[in-house]
Each structure stands twice: as structure tokens, then as C-alpha cells.
Write a protein that binds this ligand. Structure first.
Ligand SMILES: [Zn+2]
Length: 148
């Protein structure tokens, strides 16, 4: 294995990462994101991930960042595979109890940390799955034979 593409750990220790203001940046092949790969017609492509774990000025712990890349989807109209650009911004408030999670649900996006673990790949998968179009449509002029 080379030195690139391995800079996003599977999971990290929340407290240490927050205290250090840790930053994780790198490329993740879609094939490594199992649940995303299963949701797509193929596992080609990769996403660039840039995440930061930090203590915000207001004292809260946050996991924030950006996920971006080209993935391959199957157009539901013409059934061709096509390339779709995906860009997701995330800003999760790290909380340690369900009560806190419930209380914050309306004002931000809370993430309940259990056993001081942040499963980065799992979180990335969740964010991508939420961002996938429900009915993928390619932009090809040939798509659908002009009907539509
Ligand atoms: Zn199409």
C-alpha cells in the first residue's frame, strides 16, 4: 500500500482528536465505503474528504468539513451509468448523552459519541448516502429520447 489515500482513519478517539484540533484530509475510493458502494450501480470513483475535529469558541466539540468527488450513478430514465458530482458540507456537534442529542436536534446536527469513538468512515458514508439523489437523472441530451 502506498502513502496516499490512507489518511482518513476508520475511526479515531474523539477526546484526543478534539483536544489536538485534528485534521484529516485525503481521498477515499468509493469501493472502501461499503454502504455507499452498495447503493451505487458500481464502485468506481473516489471522494476527497477534509474533516476537522475541534473545540469551537463556544466550548462545543465539533466535527466539520467537506466531502467532494465524482461518483457513478445509474440514470433512472435511460439506464446509462453517468458521472455525478457530489459535494457535502458537514458540521456535527459532538454530544455525549441522548438527552443532549434530543435537546440540540432542532438547532443543529448532533452526533452522539459512544465509547469516545468517532467512526469516520461510517460518518462519511452516512453523509454521502443522505446527499445521493433519490431519482438519479443524467444530463445527456440523448437521455429519454427527448421526452420528459
Ligand atoms: Zn439518462
Amino acid at each position: 500500500m502506498g502513502e496516499m489515500k490512507t489518511s482518513i482513519p476508520l475511526h479515531i478517539q474523539a477526546s484526543t482528536a478534539t483536544a489536538r484540533g485534528a485534521r484529516y484530509s485525503g481521498d477515499l475510493p468509493v469501493a472502501r465505503l461499503r454502504r455507499v458502494a452498495e447503493a451505487l450501480t458500481n464502485d468506481q470513483g473516489s471522494v476527497h474528504v477534509d474533516l476537522r475535529v475541534r473545540k469551537a469558541p463556544d466550548g462545543t466539540s465539533r466535527l466539520s468539513g467537506h466531502i467532494e468527488g465524482d461518483i457513478e450513478l445509474q440514470c433512472q430514465r435511460c439506464l446509462r451509468d453517468y458521472r455525478q458530482h457530489l459535494a457535502v458540507d458537514l458540521d456535527l456537534r459532538l454530544v455525549s448523552s441522548e438527552a443532549e442529542e434530543a435537546r440540540l436536534m432542532r438547532e443543529c446536527e448532533p452526533y452522539l459519541v459512544t465509547e469516545d469513538r468517532l467512526p469516520l468512515h461510517e460518518i462519511i458514508e452516512d453523509e454521502i448516502l443522505l446527499a445521493l439523489p433519490l431519482a438519479p437523472r443524467c444530463e445527456s441530451p440523448r437521455c429519454g429520447g427527448g421526452t420528459g
